[in-house]
Design a protein around this ligand. Structure first.
Ligand SMILES: [Zn+2]
Length: 299
């Protein structure tokens, strides 16, 4: 069994971009075909609804993801994208009202959270509070940049993340992107935060401490960032996977055509298991047991 914690579809808004870039849309049918090729049983569908990147990336919205889910309820697990500025851009907004509507329609979490606000902004804090109340895990894209990109903003070594992890112990946080995964390395420099550093990891970074200390923090291994973190220094990567095997989720974040090779992260994790670098139990936890427990709550 394998569950992908991070997938997207392209939405109606993508067609214009696709035409311009000569790309093909990535529909639910494209995703399912790819899942069959890679042996993925189920995928979490993450909508994008934040103004920072929605129109640029053209990724499917909440309702578009729900439509796909209704056609394939056995294969797709929808999240909803609740922007912390929704409901009149105030930290007082009753976002539970909105979250419950989406939860009743089948959504199992919030994300991919891409709003370009500080992670300690009162509006994000309000979202974390309501997500905890509604039992909806928050999967977030983390960045260090205030402009020209998207994602929750935190400083080097993640002081803001630590603050909200402590402040909202009932909220599940699932971290993703370069500024998150770079923190696997204790020597991470400011200049490398939005990059894919290649250096060997000589010192355990902030992620080791935060994952150990906060039961409500998890890591999404998708995209170049997750793969880079565990493969740049494979020995350390295997140790990280084994140490935190109950805190990590397999994910892709890729629009792969049927001709593309399997995602690098899939090959890496399968090899780690085959060569005994990680235990079978650790492998299963990362591939599906953690998502089943934390997101699907054992259902
Ligand atoms: Zn994504």
């Amino acid at each position: 069994m394998i569950i992908d914690c991070h997938s997207h579809l392209t939405g109606a808004a993508y067609s214009a971009v696709a035409r311009k870039l000569n790309k093909t849309p990535f529909t639910a049918a494209s995703l399912l075909r790819r899942m069959d090729i890679d042996g993925i049983d189920r995928s979490v569908l993450l909508p994008i609804g934040n103004p920072e990147n929605h129109e640029v990336l053209g990724i499917a919205t909440n309702l578009e993801c729900l439509q796909a889910y209704r056609k394939h309820p056995d294969r797709l697990i929808p999240f909803c994208n609740i922007d912390p500025r929704m409901m009149y851009n105030t930290p007082e907004a009753d976002l539970s009202e909105l979250m419950n509507i989406y939860r009743d329609m089948g959504c199992r979490g919030i994300g991919e959270a891409c709003a370009g606000l500080s992670i300690v902004d009162p509006r994000y804090r309000n979202l974390f509070h309501h997500a905890g109340q509604c039992g909806m895990p928050v999967l977030f894209h983390l960045t260090g940049k205030r402009r020209g990109t998207y994602g929750m903003i935190d400083r080097l070594h993640l002081p803001g993340l630590e603050t909200v992890l402590g402040e909202f112990p009932d909220t599940v946080f699932i971290g993703h992107a370069m500024a998150f995964w770079g923190e696997i390395d204790g020597d991470l420099r400011l200049a490398d935060r939005e990059d894919y550093p290649e250096a060997l990891i000589r010192k355990e970074g902030r992620l080791w401490t935060l994952l150990k200390q906060y039961p409500n923090l998890y890591g999404d291994l998708s995209a170049g960032s997750g793969y880079n973190a565990i493969s740049r220094d494979p020995e350390t990567g295997y140790r990280f996977l084994q140490t935190f095997n109950r805190k990590l989720f397999y994910g892709t974040d890729r629009f792969l055509s049927p001709k593309d090779p399997p995602p690098a992260i899939l090959t890496f994790l399968k090899d780690a298991r085959r060569t005994g670098r990680i235990t079978r139990r650790a492998y299963e936890n990362i591939m599906f047991r953690n998502v089943s427990r934390v997101v699907l709550k054992g259902e």
